[in-house]
Design a protein around this ligand. Structure first.
Ligand code: LMR
Length: 393
């Protein structure tokens, strides 16, 4: 039967990982996949997570099943982290998922059950895996304008105009913060306008938030999600712990739903758990248990927040340093936008041919749309890297 299959298209981001690994050049630079790296190029286990792992190892008496929702304390803590203290908990439910991707897939399956004919509108551009995940659930996707490559910022007017035209009941995917791949985010006042528009037009927000704490700060990065939750009757949120707890391979995330009232939230939650039962049955425990230990313990939580803040500040300083180096090397302000954007990614605005040339000539690996991982920038070789970029223009 396998003769009926064609090879799957390779994932553009993950393909770069193996190409980089196979490149023998010592001076090669990996700015591809979105993992945080410290100044030595390592992706460390965060100190608080390491301590939580030790505690878990010493205290965990069984590995018996926890249930469909996973770790329920983790779920409540994730609602708190995302939604803050003032959120109306009676309408919010969360289920632990294998990473943010698991949350996106479970929420897409839930949407398919609730609104099989809805179109899910994704920003242009968006993370390349969004459309495959949503269409794998059997839903239709389409794009709305988001990024203006001329100003290197969000084209708010074009975005809002496009959303005004959508039929009631359609779903709008939004990046909660640190837009991937552009690093261009909505300002708080735009979130309020957007939330009012969603209510007026009867649209449903599906927020993907995978970088909370990497942009303006832990609380600031959740502002958009919280404004929506205070305003709209129903919403869905896919949260990831991969980046902000640095537990990438252990896969922890949460699918959060906001219902119109307690009973509708309960019914939707039962369906969400049923969806998970058909994909992974019960979610993997280890990383979520560590996150629960960290968030539940005042000292570990403070330690985690401080380390996360240092990660955020390091990326900000790399952004500023790279923008300055590019300014020096190009003698222009063309790349100044890099300092103003936020999160792990920005786009250099290069063509695919230039991206290939950068890789082949100089061993600099960035994604084909010219997205680069800010955390991978070599702090001590920024001028050298900037000169390489300028040389292929
Ligand atoms: C990325 O965008 O590089 C990360 O989210 C990793 C991935 O799975 O694509």
């Amino acid at each position: 039967m396998f003769e009926t299959l064609n090879p799957a298209a390779p994932d553009g981001i993950l393909m770069l990982m193996s190409m980089f690994r196979d490149d023998p050049r010592a001076e090669k630079i990996d700015l591809g996949v979105g993992v945080y790296k410290d100044a030595t190029g390592k992706t460390p286990v965060m100190q608080a997570v390491r301590k939580a792992e030790r505690r878990l190892h010493e205290t965990q008496a069984t590995k018996s099943y926890l249930g469909l929702a996973g770790d329920t304390v983790f779920n409540e803590l994730m609602i708190g982290l995302l939604m803050g203290d003032k959120a109306d908990r009676t309408r919010l439910r969360a289920a632990q998922t294998p990473g943010g991707t698991g949350a996106l897939r479970a929420l897409s399956d839930l949407l398919r059950l609730a609104r099989p004919d809805a179109t899910v509108w994704v920003p242009s551009p968006t993370w390349p895996n969004h459309v495959p995940i949503i269409t794998a659930s059997g839903l239709t996707t389409n794009i709305y304008p988001y990024f203006d490559a001329y100003t290197n910022s969000v084209d708010v007017d074009a975005m809002l105009d496009a959303l005004e035209q959508l039929p009631a009941g359609d779903v709008v995917l939004l990046h909660g913060c640190c837009h991937n791949p552009t690093g261009a985010d909505l300002a708080p006042e735009h979130w309020k306008t957007l939330a009012d528009l969603m209510v007026r037009k009867g649209l449903i927000p599906l927020v993907d938030i995978a970088y909370q704490g990497f942009g303006e700060g832990l609380e600031e990065d959740a502002a958009g999600v919280r404004i929506l939750a205070e305003t709209v009757p129903e919403m869905l949120v896919a949260a990831s712990c991969s980046k902000n707890f640095s537990v990438y391979r252990d896969r922890a995330g949460a699918a959060i739903i906001l219902g119109r009232n307690r009973s509708e939230a309960d019914i939707a939650y039962s369906q969400l758990l049923g969806v998970g039962r058909c994909i992974w049955s019960m979610p993997p425990d280890h990383a979520a248990a560590c996150v629960r230990i960290v968030l539940h313990d005042d000292d570990l939580r403070a330690n985690w927040q401080a380390e996360l803040e240092s990660v955020r500040l390091r990326m900000l300083s790399l952004r500023n340093g790279f923008a300055e180096a590019l300014r020096r090397q190009s003698n222009s302000e063309r790349f100044d936008f890099i300092a103003n954007q936020r999160g792990m990614f920005s786009r250099l605005g290069l063509t695919q041919t230039q991206v290939m040339e950068l890789r082949e000539k100089h061993g600099v690996y960035i994604v084909s749309d010219s997205r680069f991982n800010v955390a991978g920038l070599p702090g001590d070789r920024l001028d050298d890297l900037a000169a390489k970029v300028i040389s292929i223009l």
